[in-house]
Design a protein around this ligand. Sequence first.
Ligand SMILES: Cc1cc2nc3c(=O)[nH]c(=O)nc-3n(C[C@H](O)[C@H](O)[C@H](O)COP(=O)(O)OP(=O)(O)OC[C@H]3O[C@@H](n4cnc5c(N)ncnc54)[C@H](O)[C@@H]3O)c2cc1C
Length: 489
Amino acid sequence: MSSKNQYDAIVVGSGPNGLAAAITMQQQGLSVLLIEGKDTIGGGMRTQELTLPNYLHDVCSAIHPMALGSPFFSTLPLAQYGLEFIDAPIQAAHPFDDGSVAFLSRSIDETVNSLGLDGKRYRKLISPIVENWEELAQDTMGPLRFPQHPFLLAKFGLNAIQPASLLVKGFKTKAARGLWAGMSAHAIQPLSNWASSAIGLILSAVGHKHGWPIPKGGSQAIANALAAYFVALGGEIQTGNFVKKLDDLPSHKALLLDLTPKQILKIASEKLTSSYQKQLEKYRHGMGVFKVDWALDGSVPFTNELCGKAATVHLGNTFEEIAQNEKITSKGQHPEKPFVLLSQQSVFDQTRAPEGKHTVWAYCHVPNGSNKDMTTAIENQVERFAPGFKDRIIAKSTLNTQQLAAYNPNYIGGDINGGIIDLQQLYTRPTLSITPYRTSHPSIYICSSSTPPGGGVHGMCGYHAAKTALKDIFKIKLPHTITPHNDSN
Ligand SMILES: Cc1cc2nc3c(=O)[nH]c(=O)nc-3n(C[C@H](O)[C@H](O)[C@H](O)COP(=O)(O)OP(=O)(O)OC[C@H]3O[C@@H](n4cnc5c(N)ncnc54)[C@H](O)[C@@H]3O)c2cc1C
């Protein structure tokens, strides 16, 4: 039960965006209640013993370039609340069938040197983003508005708007092309889609700038640090309250929903105009994911030892193979050799598993709503680059798209980005509006990854939604630019 029956603001959903929204409101001295439907907080940042006791698995997110690249998180004193990031020697590795490996390391020089003939082109593409990330993040990680750094943004935009399959034409080597496929496939859409380069460019650049770290103890540590800071500011958290009707909530001046449009239609439709409801109904979701977590008897025996030094490994071989498999998945088929994103957290964080044992996290993309079991296909892909892997499995846990959506109703059909992030929905998510955080109801706001800038653990959707509500309802204007906290991570 909440302690009061009246709040300035209520936030429903404790994912990174719900927590970011709650913190932003609470920092202004308002009374804020954060409500979570499940018994624990965190949304896509939970860590649980999914397989065996003492094996800590990240249920959803595992790798956190965007948490470190987030302008809002960089303002928060999360290290003081127990958050510690671990950087692996290599950020992401990409093995090929011939035993060679392309990789993204923290040093751009090292990555450039490893890419041979394509090194120069890689540097030209990525280093302007690395050098200007703070400025670019202010302009790209939020709603569409007049940019503060128009020339930088225009330069970035000219590449970002391209299909990944077009941008790759500038690369000649298998290594650079494969690495690029793995980076841009995080967009979870065909690599021939316009703007499918945006996420690949950002993830590569942030990898050089901040790394692709894992939080010590699991992603839950990010949720716990955000929640502890929120409570220290005076905020209140209520878990185990799955909101079904808005009329059941304590009275409030502002309501921020860390929910996807489908859920908002379920619980808030009587408060919204019919034309706004129609816009929400048109919101589109992308491919889903099939997730596997393993407890292993030893680390993954990768053929190329460089893979063992990376927290993230992309398994899919060449650009052509990955592009083809993403394409057929987006058309509703299940590829025999799906692109697999794998994380081996326990190699770098000994808190994740008993001594000598390991936890491994992986997923592949599948058609939205698919209930096909992809465990064998994923395990075959790991075995392809790490013969003997299957012999090390001692337990496993799997989630198909329907089980993922049951676990967290924000994952509609297994879509982990809160809606496809394609050109049409990049900034007009969930509706065509200059301030898409507002709904048709003057006190209801959307703060989930279904608003700009979309999926990932960065809290920027929550921050911008709260900033809008503060201005509209409480007449509090936050500065245009976010200033990082000095003691942050
Ligand atoms: C398998 C998988 C792997 C991923 N990997 C990464 C990764 O490595 N790095 C990364 O940055 N991102 C990753 N993501 C994506 C990331 O987790 C999401 O983009 C992010 O969590 C979205 O945050 P959010 O705050 O918008 O919503 P969510 O995190 O989904 O939080 C929403 C919360 O609202 C609660 N809720 C829903 N309905 C109600 C209701 N009616 N009443 C009360 N509470 C409700 C839910 O229980 C949930 O806690 C991954 C996701 C998945 C599933």
